[in-house]
Design a binder for this molecule. Structure first.
Ligand code: SAM
Length: 226
């Protein structure tokens, strides 16, 4: 609930921190994998202000984009009024993605599922597995446990999730609600070999505070094999 209120407020009052352009790792992923521009069905989890939408539509994909924030969905509908046939924007919690009728070739999570705690994320992965078609792909760009924020913050909800940021220097100080980080071993465990194959797993890092604060993300592509 804390996460939802935080995002609702952010989208109503403060859009400064939101990107206007697609995530670079998502662009790289699309470029690597979708040269043919074949029509495929895509689901974006936590679409926010729709920054990634133009990249997805460039590839001629049909998109369902969900977010639990009403304001985010209203913003997206205003931003893309002319694209009604190709995109559906729906207010929906990603933990309820099983309520969607379709199955998808590709499910995208650009820095969104980190708002779930460890147990909630396990539920999400099961639901993603059910909603992907066979050989469907899950793409995720998500924070790594090597980040200074995970290493130094103390207010932990579980072995992967922060309850809050106490250090004012933290780049995400002021965020409310769960903030989950992941390790490489956990990624391997989460995407069990029986159901998924990890096709791509790389790290992207950046720094803050004149290089004193380290922040790392994983970019992963996972294929549903069974
Ligand atoms: C950091 S923003 C990223 C937005 C977008 N993916 C992007 O790349 O610009 C996180 C987004 O996830 C959404 N979100 C967080 N938890 C969610 C949930 N359980 N269900 C649906 N959306 C959620 C938030 O409302 C917010 O729009």
């Amino acid at each position: 609930m804390k996460n939802k209120n935080f995002w609702e407020k952010t989208f109503r009052k403060n859009l400064i921190s939101q990107r206007n352009f697609p995530n670079e790792e998502l662009c790289r992923f699309l470029g690597r994998n979708y040269k043919s521009k074949k029509k495929i069905k895509v689901l974006e989890l936590g679409c926010g202000t729709g920054a990634n939408v133009s990249a997805i539509l460039h590839y001629n994909m049909s998109l369902t984009a969900i977010d639990f924030s009403k304001s985010a969905i209203e913003l997206c509908k205003k931003k893309y009024p002319f694209k009604k046939k190709e995109i559906k924007f729906l207010q929906l919690d990603m933990l309820n993605l099983d309520k969607l009728e379709d199955d998808y070739d590709l499910i995208i999570d650009v820095f969104s599922s980190y708002n779930l705690n460890y147990e909630q994320n396990k539920i999400l992965i099961d639901k993603i597995h059910k909603k992907l078609k066979k050989n469907g792909i899950y793409f995720s760009y998500t924070p790594s446990k090597k980040s200074t924020s995970w290493v130094k913050e103390k207010d932990k909800f579980d072995g992967s999730t922060l309850n809050s940021f106490k250090r004012k220097k933290s780049p995400y100080f002021g965020n409310k609600g769960f903030f989950r980080f992941v390790s490489e071993n956990e990624l391997k465990k989460n995407f069990s070999k029986k159901k998924f194959k990890i096709k791509y797993c790389e790290k992207i890092s950046k720094t803050y505070n004149n290089t004193k604060e380290y922040f790392e993300f994983f970019t992963i592509e996972v294929k549903k094999i069974k």
